[in-house]
Design a protein around this ligand. Structure first.
Ligand SMILES: *[C@@H]1O[C@H](CO)[C@@H](O)[C@H](O)[C@H]1NC(C)=O
Ligand SMILES: *[C@@H]1O[C@H](CO)[C@@H](O)[C@H](O)[C@H]1NC(C)=O
Ligand SMILES: *[C@@H]1O[C@H](CO)[C@@H](O)[C@H](O)[C@H]1NC(C)=O
Ligand SMILES: *[C@@H]1O[C@H](CO)[C@@H](O)[C@H](O)[C@H]1NC(C)=O
Length: 289
């Protein structure tokens, strides 16, 4: 796990995919607030059985990422989260969780049956194209969510322009650089900015952000701003109750180290992958709604 992370970090020196790591420095939403119980019923905790991963019997589950329920037996998450597992059975999702480290009596754990990573996902920087392009994956679950209100509608191609809207990000990612995983699900409002503005703020070559990305930002100010952080990966960006983004990447440490300032958080743009999602669901014979 740590080896995987260090390879990734050296590929993309200023960027970190926002997956949680099991020890060492992890990444929660910075400057978020506690969500009310069950206020984001589509949000799942994606967990990895570290014992199965190293070939031992038994179960020892760790939160690695977020995800969103889009059908009663399908979760949308980030490819860099799903690829951590060498077998689907190493992963489960926990639906209707609120306090990650306590029993709320609302949680439902469902094992993963099949993982489909986007065929053009690139784990790291593709210098001709982008950073972590197509960082999106579908998880087909062994069972179904008990409560159909967990299912969130996904953004369509027609609604792709969300620039200027105030939306909500949620997750159990770190609440600050080198901080700890929060117990209670965190939420924060963020503004959607254009790909062009996002690129300018990152101040890097203009191929950095592409149409498959959507960026959120709330200013650089190190006390009033905010960002997604490690452990938020795969989780939702929601605008008007519709799933618009999947947490993908941000600044290593989730702030600029010297000033504590924020940069935009970058998401996979769900509307761009609408066709891919529908095709995959059809392959699984899973209908609309
Ligand atoms: C993160 O959580 C810690 C421990 O609860 C707290 O002391 C700290 O102020 C929080 N940081 C932010 C930015 O919310
Ligand atoms: C997207 O919407 C914003 C805000 O309404 C508008 O300023 C912008 O021109 C639109 N962009 C495109 C590509 O349509
Ligand atoms: C950041 O925001 C705080 C609170 O509004 C303000 O006091 C501070 O001056 C701002 N910092 C900068 C660098 O603008
Ligand atoms: C925010 O910026 C101020 C002044 O620019 C600085 O003194 C402070 O340490 C910074 N805070 C963080 C969390 O980096």
């Amino acid at each position: 796990m740590l080896a995987i992370m260090s390879v990734r970090i050296s590929c993309v020196s200023v960027l970190l995919p926002l997956v949680a790591v099991i020890s060492g420095s992890q990444i929660k939403i910075i400057n978020g607030e506690d969500a009310a119980p069950m206020s984001h019923p589509h949000q799942v905790s994606l967990q990895w059985n570290i014992l199965a991963a190293i070939g031992f019997p038994g179960e020892r589950w760790f939160h690695i990422c977020g995800g969103s329920v889009i059908r009663k037996n399908v979760v949308l998450t980030a490819a860099h989260c799903a690829e951590i597992a060498s077998k689907p059975a190493e992963l489960k999702v926990v639906v209707n969780d609120h306090r990650l480290f306590d029993v709320d009596d609302t949680e439902q754990s469902i094992l993963v049956k099949e993982i489909i990573l986007h065929e053009d996902y690139i784990p790291g920087q593709d210098y001709d194209n982008s950073v972590y392009p197509n960082d999106i994956a579908l998880l087909r679950l062994v069972g179904e969510v008990a409560d159909s209100s967990s299912i969130i509608q996904i953004d369509t191609e027609e609604d792709r322009n969300r620039t200027g809207q105030t939306c909500i990000i949620t997750g159990w990612g770190l609440n600050d650089t080198n901080s700890a995983t929060p117990n209670i699900l965190q939420q924060r409002e963020m503004k959607v900015i254009s790909e062009k503005e996002c690129e300018e703020l990152w101040d890097v070559e203009d191929s950095f952000i592409f149409k498959g990305h959507v960026c959120v930002f709330d200013g650089p100010n190190n006390t009033t701003g905010g960002a997604a952080c490690s452990g938020d990966s795969g989780g939702p960006l929601v605008c008007d109750g519709v799933l618009v983004g999947v947490t993908s990447w941000g600044r290593t440490g989730c702030r600029v180290p010297e000033t504590g300032e924020f940069l935009p958080s970058v998401y996979a743009r769900v509307s761009y992958y609408y066709g891919w999602i529908q095709t995959t669901l059809q392959r699984w014979s899973i209908g609309r709604g």
